[in-house]
Design a protein around this ligand. Sequence first.
Ligand code: SF4
Length: 424
Amino acid sequence: MITITSIKKNSTADKKGLRAGDAIESINGESVNDMLDFHVYASYLPLEIRALRGKKSLTVNVETVPQIMKLGIEVEDLKIRHCGNRCLFCFVDQNPKGLRKTLYVKDEDFRYSYLYGSFCTMSKISGNDLVRIVKQKLTPLYISVHAIENSVRMRLLGLKGDDNFLEKLKFLSDHGIELHTQIVMVPGINDGKVLRKTIETLYSVEGVLSVAVVPLGKTKHRKGLAELPSVTKRDAEKAVDLVEKYQRAFKADSGSRFVFAADEFYLKAGRAIPSNASYEKYEQYENGVGLVRSFIERTKAESKDFPESLRKPRTILFVTGKSFVGVLEKYLIKKLNKIKNLSARAVAAENVLLGPEVTVSGLLCGKDMIRAAEETGVKADVVVIPGTSLSTDGVTLDDMTLAGISKALGTKVITSDRIREALR
Ligand code: SF4
């Protein structure tokens, strides 16, 4: 059962007499227990909606509604399922106090995986959940694998027993569910032979469409947590070599490279960023795979529209993470400095909040970006910060908004996707 939170005025549901507060029990005979059930079952017409208003039962029939939006029903949000794992590298456990609330949520929910592309391990998924995924065609899903070898997966996820992972994966694959997977690589635990076996096994499962190999992230807040090695340049080189070797073989075999290494590995190894075509459909973009190449391509395209000169002298300062500053200077700053009257500069911000091992732009907090900009002594007309450092709600890890950063710096602050606009 799920509660209606609002009914749009003059919508079909309004005209049919449904009200906020009514509880939907079923649609076309299918039980509705959460928002996802509602959206899945309400997407095919005609509908027979059974609901409760207090103790009174209602039945509403809807024959014609061109789009779900016009049905006019909003229902309560999903109650997120929390994670029971104790992953050795869990980033939530390594967060300091005082960050925005959502960063402390350990979600492990296949519904979020389907709706928003967040990764889930399936360690606690039930048989009923698997049947539901198949029945409702919740595809594609994003799955954290880490290792196919049970003992290694159990160690990495902090599981007490075998969670029959491969069996679950094959069940979904056999029933037409497509899967994008990830391996968080921890040197000495799931690299080398273990990594090879994991990649090869995943390749043999038909429904698995891609694998991202990403490095573990370590903040400085690991007190009381297991000792873990850091990913070295050598580890990154080995990961890139291994992934690229498999890419060549898989491409020849099936036409797809199938396995992709995170940008962080390329940057740490100092290797050339693969071509645009190498990322195929950029399926693992949100997982840090292909962001750098995508930035390079976008910059190439956008720079064609850069003006030859500005009317008045202007200074633009980019604040970014240590791992990205070289790319930024090479592909964008150089081009900007060719514009007459424009002086562009990039600065790498030290991640004081999370520690020196966190060098990606997306994990910079507001205070660290402000400090880095101030320390340059540059009087910038515009400061540009990475768009990835802001959540979808527009706040940094430490809950600062663009307006807050702008106020602290006393100048205009924009995100990196608005450079053309700033130049105009
Ligand atoms: S599954 Fe995700 S949230 Fe849960 S412990 Fe592992 S890394 Fe943390």
